[in-house]
Design a binder for this molecule. Sequence first.
Ligand SMILES: [Zn+2]
Ligand SMILES: [Zn+2]
Ligand SMILES: [Zn+2]
Length: 249
Amino acid sequence: MPTPKPKRQMARGSCTLCGKEFSKNKIAAHLDQCWTELTAKEKHDGRALAPTRFFRLLIEGREEPKYWLHLDVRADATLEDLDDFLRRFWLECCGHLSAFTISETRYRWEPPGGFDGDDFFDSLDDGFGMPREVRMDITLAETLSPGLHFEYEYDFGDTTELKLQVLSEHEEPTRRKNLLVLARNEPLVSPCLECGQPADWIGTYGDSYETRTICDACTEKKGFGDAQLLPLVNSPRTGVCAYTGVLED
Ligand SMILES: [Zn+2]
Ligand SMILES: [Zn+2]
Ligand SMILES: [Zn+2]
């Protein structure tokens, strides 16, 4: 008898509109339907609003696509707005540099106060065979279109890379804000490498400098301090640099 294939763990996630859970490959279709129902209700409420254009994005970890996110973003939002959201929601640890790469152009984040010298970006514009580098203060309407795949990097040292895809665009009368998270993966459970129970932390400990997962009880037993440990959080940056989780406003 053939041995049954091991069940592949499909990263499940939930719809933030209705709260129901779906597998990663089913949720895009569900969101279309759930959204249609929701906006039909809004229309029924009789609100007279100007139509607004939105892009629907699928964003996932390049190395770890088990971390994923569906997002509606207004077309008049800028790449800077999207960068700001990604930092708060998934990535920010110490104000590292970041960049979107869309087609042949790199859109780089500029730290508050700017880089030394206004010519920084201009000097990079016509590098030999290098992608053109410009600022992020450009709207999504000017840079994105349905079907487009693009990339994002946070931190050019311990880089967290994301893959982004424009699933669709839609227009509707709404008062909604710039960005709306429609769905995301459920928190992933990693076993503690000491005892097998669900881990709470990820850190560098033991004889090697390998990154390992560990639970609360085992950190106490072993006397590990906070300095060696980072909380295990629902983000593709978990355990990297000084990342501890979502930034509150
Ligand atoms: Zn739903
Ligand atoms: Zn950092
Ligand atoms: Zn343990």
